[in-house]
Design a protein around this ligand. Sequence first.
Ligand SMILES: NC(=O)C1=CN([C@@H]2O[C@H](COP(=O)(O)OP(=O)(O)OC[C@H]3O[C@@H](n4cnc5c(N)ncnc54)[C@H](O)[C@@H]3O)[C@@H](O)[C@H]2O)C=CC1
Ligand SMILES: O=C1O[C@H](COP(=O)(O)O)[C@@H](O)[C@H](O)[C@H]1O
Length: 247
Amino acid sequence: MAQSVLLTGAAGRVGEAILGDLADEHEWRLLDRDPPTGEQPGEFVVADITDGDAVREAMGGIDAVIHLAGDPRPEAPWDSVLTNNIDGTRTVFEAAVDAGVEKVAFASSNHAVGAYETDERTPEMYRADDEYRLDGTELPRPGNLYGVSKAAGETLGRYYHDEHDLSVVCVRIGNLTEGHPPIDYERGQAMWLSYRDCAHLFDRCIRADYGYEIVYGISDNDRKYYSIERAREVLGYEPRDNSARHE
Ligand SMILES: NC(=O)C1=CN([C@@H]2O[C@H](COP(=O)(O)OP(=O)(O)OC[C@H]3O[C@@H](n4cnc5c(N)ncnc54)[C@H](O)[C@@H]3O)[C@@H](O)[C@H]2O)C=CC1
Ligand SMILES: O=C1O[C@H](COP(=O)(O)O)[C@@H](O)[C@H](O)[C@H]1O
């Protein structure tokens, strides 16, 4: 069934992947601090996610939120991730609860667990014959402040689920690229997320029933060190792409 979905960070790359396949599948309200370029599949709200009043207004009549807005740079400075990724994410969760939204899918990142990629494990863990897997039950282990901000977003989600009964899924997105996986980059190939698998995964986040979940958002790559079993089980994720087909 089509749902009313608020998509924050709609003008970015992940937003482009989602809307590319799902424009006609749901009723969209799009939010970004950058104004839209070109025609959009729904109402577009130009606002900053740290503006509580604007975010609360954008939540009216919404069933589900896909929260992408934030600073996506692994090297982003603390001031920026504190404002955009931590404070902004808290504002989105708070407004969702106030508005009686049912579920929020939060764009977390591989960088929330980047420090598991130790010198001892790499580069072997990036290869198809290596069986090391992270599955979402492990503690966060960020390798940079951007990763810290994503771990904080996951923890905010846990809090808003436990204290306010909001359904929350945190998707630790790998490396989204259009058309083909990153070239000459084993790590990127191991965590590749194709555009169509990205759209399908967030569609499942809108449609599935869950309480609080952390899942990995990668395609079904032969090379992988993130398990996608939880996403399959809980969300019904059925990825179609595999970076090995492009090697
Ligand atoms: N692209 C990737 O491979 C990955 C992305 N992610 C996460 O997914 C989300 C989206 O990433 P991308 O689309 O790649 O980034 P992007 O930079 O292309 O898009 C982010 C969008 O959010 C908007 N934005 C940023 N701060 C904002 C604020 N304070 N208020 C309102 N809008 C704001 C920007 O204007 C931009 O349109 C980010 O949270 C990022 O951390 C996580 C892992 C991998
Ligand atoms: O969280 C993110 O991760 C991807 C992949 O990380 P990288 O270190 O291999 O580049 C990154 O491209 C994206 O910008 C970021 O938001």
